[in-house]
Write a protein that binds this ligand. Structure first.
Ligand code: ZN
Length: 443
């Protein structure tokens, strides 16, 4: 089986045609954006090395007439980097999608598509495997970011099929998941047939949108590092991430560290059970704490018991709406969760209005570790270098059961904590912010 997978031919198409107008202060007038240096090396070189390390060695670079010489003189045929590079020259600008037509004239293979101004380090094989398992025509790499309100939002169903793309120019009067399109794709070769002439088209707005309509586009959610360096501020931030080693550490082929966070009482204020989005307000230090985690090598993952679903006090749809509201409030402050896992079950039967099929002894209700295991599988997490933070001893016991270190927040309900009173946290903190600051200092 493995041989079969490795036998699939996969080429990479890198769009390196655009000019980096907003980076002129750094690049000078003539340097194409993909040639901008991060830690001394062009972004394009980082990309090629990342592809090669993922086993993709056939690379096609789309160049513009103005950037052609600079890029070709630097990379040549790619032998120096252990790959084979060929070039397609755009004689006129074809947008982000039009070059697929030029590709199609010469190649008939599945391919990965990336834009030359993105700094990234991802496990492409993991992405390709997802694409193949879904039988997708196009898979888009999606992730939460710190500014969802001015980003195009990807809307996906529970099977990760993309059902819509909501442009940043639209007015959004609903709560939405913080899921933005990073600009990396795995593409079935049949997609090439969509373009019959060399016309200027936007890949997302025209080509991806078409396959979303067809129901054959999927969203691959990842915590790996993909950022554009299109403004001087972003450029300096990416350089500093490169120096600290965070960019390569977040590649999912490497073991990840996570901070697991309880929800009620830890991220949001807890008085009563939250059964409607209106009832949710964030703890005052939630956004600041998450921003610190987002800037570190840790993933931020919420783990929450929501027996309110089993008890019939809310629905899965409303629970998703509650979580979207939480993401939107965090997003407004520039913070995000990498993911959230919930347990909708409850073991005790016999209450009016309950949902019988959810009244079960499951393997995911904390302090069981089913939710943490799902996160571990999705993000290759090493429990021993991860933490669980919560306001109850039940959270502490959960962390201990998984082999994580733990923090108990003193704001929790002391009565509730009688149940798992034996559980001893690694340390106690007065607030989430104190807990996170302490963890990040300890590394
Ligand atoms: Zn459960």
């Amino acid at each position: 089986m493995l041989d079969h997978l490795h036998g699939v031919t996969m080429i990479a198409l890198i769009q390196a045609g655009g000019a980096g107008t907003r980076l002129k202060a750094i690049t000078g007038d003539t340097l194409p954006k993909p040639m901008v240096r991060i830690c001394g090396k062009p972004i394009l070189e980082w990309q090629i090395e990342n592809l090669r390390n993922s086993g993709i060695v056939e690379i096609i670079i789309v160049v513009s007439a103005t950037g052609k010489d600079i890029i070709e003189n630097y990379f040549g045929d790619g032998v120096r980097l252990g790959v084979r590079i060929r070039y397609i020259e755009e004689t006129e600008p074809l947008g982000t999608g039009g070059a697929l037509f030029l590709l199609g004239k010469r190649y008939r293979e599945d391919f990965v598509l990336l834009f030359g101004d993105l700094m990234l380090d991802i496990d492409w094989q993991r992405f390709i495997k997802f694409h193949n398992q879904k039988g997708a025509m196009i898979s888009a790499f999606v992730h939460p970011n710190g500014h969802p309100f001015d980003s195009d939002i990807i809307i996906a169903d529970k099977d990760n099929r993309i059902t819509g793309i909501d442009s940043k120019n639209n007015i959004r009067n609903y709560y939405y998941e913080n899921l933005t399109n990073a600009g990396l794709y795995v593409v079935n070769r049949k997609v090439i047939d969509y373009l019959t002439t060399a016309t200027k088209v936007d890949f997302e707005k025209v080509i991806l949108a078409h396959f979303v309509q067809e129901g054959s586009a999927y969203a691959y959610r990842s915590s790996e590092y993909v950022k554009d360096c299109g403004t001087p501020d972003r450029y300096y931030a990416v350089n500093s991430d490169c120096e600290s080693g965070i960019i390569s550490a977040k590649n999912l082929s490497k073991l990840q560290k996570a901070i697991f966070l309880d929800r009620d009482g830890t991220l949001n204020k807890f008085g009563d059970f939250v059964t409607k989005a209106d009832m949710l307000t964030l703890q005052s230090d939630a956004s600041e704490s998450l921003k610190m985690i987002n800037a570190s090598e840790f993933l931020a993952i919420c783990i929450t018991n929501q027996p309110v679903v089993a008890r019939g006090e809310t629905t899965i749809e409303e629970l998703n709406n509650i979580h979207n509201k939480m993401e939107d409030l965090l997003g407004k402050d520039g913070a995000y969760l990498n993911d959230l896992f919930y347990c909708p079950h409850h073991p005790d039967k016999g209450f009016p209005g309950e949902v019988p099929e959810l009244k079960i002894e499951c393997d995911c209700r904390k302090p069981k570790i089913g939710l943490l295991k799902r996160a571990q599988e999705r993000y290759n997490i090493d429990f021993a270098s991860s933490w669980m933070i919560g306001d109850t001893k039940q959270d502490v016991q959960t962390g201990i059961n998984a082999g994580c270190r733990t923090v108990l927040l003193t704001c929790g309900d002391p009565n509730y904590n009688k149940k798992y009173s034996e559980a001893q946290p690694t340390f106690v903190a007065n607030s989430l912010l104190e807990a996170v600051s302490t963890i990040l200092r300890m590394k």
